[in-house]
Design a protein around this ligand. Structure first.
Ligand SMILES: *Cc1c(COP(=O)(O)O)cnc(C)c1O
Length: 416
């Protein structure tokens, strides 16, 4: 799809001078590629789409229609899945905070639920004791060592993950022991999601192996799923210049282990993957109008109708893939410039030291690969949230309107 100046100008008139653009076909392709890579190697495969990565309701509905389960990590996300008519049995309820009431709701609805700590185990036990003739199923999120040669692959260099029930200190075993004493509960799955820096294939080998071994040892007769979490790389624009594993490479390693462990069994457990970034990152662009080009001493600052919050809320310093759409194609002058946002923060840089054609007023800048942890992680700060438009087979339609002052300062919430 060619986003030329006149097309964007037309969209601006309808939706405002900055907006996100979701490419629906790209989203579907991501789903199909991930599904094919794994399912062609291990038949009992399920995708649980990670809501927190981008819980735009339209997108979550699309995921549901494609056959993905909803992977949620809070009651808010759980209730969103219900609101958009996801079958509650197709919801995977993860996350470190589930109240007794949350657990009760999820069990009644027969959702998949993975317990993160001993207090959640206690909540389930309380439920089972109260409802003796109800058969309950639960999974456990497991915390175990996934290091390669003693080096922790976790993000930010953490030595241990804070999530899940720890195997090495015995909490996992304690949880299993407490649960299997009850007549009316079965531990049906193990879950291991780890956020790692390099998203290596070896890490997924360690996760899958670790989960399979624990399942064979502790729940050999009741295991229905092995959930390896998310965190895999999606397809990246070539400008990133990164050597990353493909979906096939992840799938090959993980499915090889699953087939070796469960191949001969009459009832193979499901393999669950919970992709977030890899599903949505490259399906969104952010398009913003150039407001002004300011010079301070010898430096150029290109001010656009957007903010670093829109494109990289974590404020990392790497520039995203982006390009300029010019109003005036004849005008050309090369320079080095920074792209800055509308907030009053000094650090509101959408890009640093960009080399190339210097933008002019009324041009547009398109940022690519902005679908993950942007729209959801975006504090409405100083300005209303921009609209989100979707495009499918060259047709554009709005999936979130531009926010107004009335919605920003919701009269049901604020006292004036
Ligand atoms: C965040 C998260 C995911 C998705 O992670 P990505 O890195 O976006 O793929 C999957 N599962 C759980 C439990 C998560 O917390």
């Amino acid at each position: 799809m060619q986003l030329n100046y006149d097309l964007i100008k037309g969209l601006e008139q309808e939706y405002g001078s900055s907006f996100f653009l979701l490419d629906v076909n790209k989203l579907r392709n991501n789903f199909k590629k991930i599904e094919h890579a794994f399912k062609s190697r291990y038949e009992n495969f399920l995708i649980g789409y990670s809501y927190k990565t981008n819980y735009l309701p339209y997108l979550c509905s699309q995921m549901d229609q494609l056959g993905a389960y909803a992977e949620v990590v809070s009651r808010l996300e759980y209730d969103l899945a219900i609101k958009i008519d996801v079958n509650p049995r197709n919801i995977i309820f993860n996350g470190p905070l589930k109240t007794y009431e949350d657990i009760e709701t999820a069990i009644k609805n027969e959702s998949i639920i993975n317990l993160d700590s001993l207090y959640e185990v206690d909540n389930v036990i309380q439920y089972c004791l109260e409802k003796r003739n109800k058969q309950v199923k639960a999974g456990l999120r497991v915390n175990f060592d996934i290091s390669n040669n003693g080096e922790s692959p976790l993000q930010e260099g953490y030595e241990v993950s804070r999530f899940g029930l720890c195997v090495s200190n015995g909490n996992f075993q304690k949880a299993v022991q407490k649960l299997i004493e009850l007549e009316n509960i079965k531990i049906v799955g193990l879950h291991g999601h780890f956020s790692t820096r390099e998203r290596k294939v070896e890490t997924y080998r360690n996760i899958t192996k670790g989960l399979c071994e624990l399942a064979k040892q502790y729940i050999p007769d009741s295991v229905e799923y092995i959930d390896i979490g998310g965190g895999i790389y999606g397809e990246l624009p070539s400008s990133f210049n990164l050597q990353i594993p493909s979906f096939d490479e992840y799938a090959e390693e993980v499915c090889k282990i699953m087939n070796a462990e469960f191949g001969g069994k009459p009832r193979k457990p499901y393999l669950i993957l919970e992709p977030g970034i890899s599903m949505v990152a490259n399906a969104f662009k952010f398009i913003a109008k150039v407001i002004d080009i300011k010079t301070v001493q010898e430096q150029f600052f290109v001010l656009i109708d957007g903010s670093v919050h829109n494109v990289k809320p974590t404020m990392h310093k790497r520039n995203l893939p982006m390009h300029l759409v010019k109003k005036n194609v004849e005008q050309q002058s090369h320079a080095m410039y920074n792209i800055v946002g509308y907030t009053c923060m000094e650090k509101d840089y959408l890009a640093y030291d960009v080399e190339g054609e210097l933008p002019e007023r009324d041009d547009y800048i398109i940022f690519d690969n902005v679908g993950a942890y942007t729209i959801v992680f975006n504090p409405p700060f100083i300005k209303e949230r921009p609209s989100i438009i979707a495009v499918e087979n060259k047709e554009f339609f709005v999936v979130r309107k531009k926010e107004t002052i009335k919605e920003f300062f919701n009269e049901d919430l604020y006292v004036f």
